[in-house]
Design a protein around this ligand. Sequence first.
Ligand code: ADP
Ligand code: MG
Length: 480
Amino acid sequence: MEKTAKSVWNNCLEFINDNVEDAVFNTWFKPIIPIKLTKSDLTIQVPSKFFYEWLEEHYVGVLRSAISKTLGEEAKLRYDVVMAYDYDNKKANIITIPSTKRTKPVQQQTLNMPNSQMGEINGVVNPFALPGLRRVKVDSQLNPNYSFDNFVVGESNRLAKSAGYAVSKNPGGTAFNPLFLFGGVGLGKTHLSHSIGIEVKERYPEKTVLYVSAEKFTQQFTEASRKNNRNDFINFYQMIDVLIIDDVQFFSTKKGTQDVFFQIFNHLHQIGKQLILTSDKAPVDMQGFENRLLSRFKWGLSAEINSADYNTRVEIIKTRNDKDGTVMPEEVVEFLASNITTNVRELEGALISLLAHASFSDEGLSIELARKVIKKFVKNTTKEISIDYIQKVVCDYFSMDMDVLQSKSRKRNVVQARQLAMFFAKRFTKASLASIGTQIGKRDHATVLHACKTVGNLSETDRNFKIYVEELDKKLSSMN
Ligand code: ADP
Ligand code: MG
């Protein structure tokens, strides 16, 4: 039977469906329309430029695998990208863009490359060589979409952004070394760390900048150890001027990697090179780390990124829309910003879902459509309980005023209520010990840590106390 764009795409979908989660499949692959097949060139239509970029960034691996499985290794992929929807003429402007990415995910190329193909700089093996070039530069691994221009600043990230910007103007030359950026998932740590790298490259093109996830660093190190290339690995990293390591919490309990990173860190720091680290927790809250490493994390500046407030969320949606050329009614923007409060990544996900639905229906971007789409979205995301809410529940339970709970009182019942609030805040939120302490009676992180231990101990030894814990746990869990 002759292959058509549709039959090929259906085959691809089957493969993709087996390889990604349902939510991903529904959001990112279902809205795609197969358009055209010539020889082994497949053209698919996607609802927006952002959608296209997202696919290329996150799912190009599975997409390419699916296509080469169905059409062979030579297969090419093109996207018809629906640009702005023209509401007057009820039709979309479409441009065609070829897939730019290589067939194999970058990671495989850099990690599985045999030694002889690895580029060398001054005789040093370079795991980030661009394949095919002999005298190579380090590929910075920076994503141009994650620039300062696209980064919206609000109360939640002002300090982190300012510090990052200062560092990019004068890498290695400020007191912010290392710059340690921390905060919950989807709040912009990766984006900000790329922005710094991009800005450095613009101001100082001769400087060697490298972005690497802690996970990839770990894999490379394991690989290097296996091949007895440990020294090459260290030498390579010691040549970098600005080293960005994302999600360093990944190093937790990995002693070998921590040791080698310690060595690289010391060398770079000593000769005035810049380190930028990100983590999902503050250094004081990190577990499974050697003290000497933790203490170095604190040498420079630790800057927290918090959840974006309403105004920042509005600004983020607007920036995104400008970039994609989307015209969105103000009320829809406000609706999204007030309903998706968890993190920026979810906000973007909701936005894309909405755009996808809008461009494939005649409804346009109406508030009704937004309601429909977002309803599904919000239901699927688990709400995080706030520390405020926890304090209220605890106060209600003990019939205590919030002021009393937050006071300096050392009365036993007050202390216990406060400790319980801290314990549950640790359990039910992603807030750091320090931030829990600040919000519950202006205490420090050590007090919170002590509270968590005490609650644990007491519930083992004191029956009444155990009942408090269980009942409060029930009340709070039913919120989730
Ligand atoms: P993290 O690394 O903290 O988990 P990311 O940096 O990956 O978060 O951010 C998630 C998504 O949200 C990215 O697409 C990013 O571009 C976007 N984002 C986060 N913060 C901002 C911001 N302040 N302005 C614009 N986009 C943001
Ligand atoms: Mg990240």
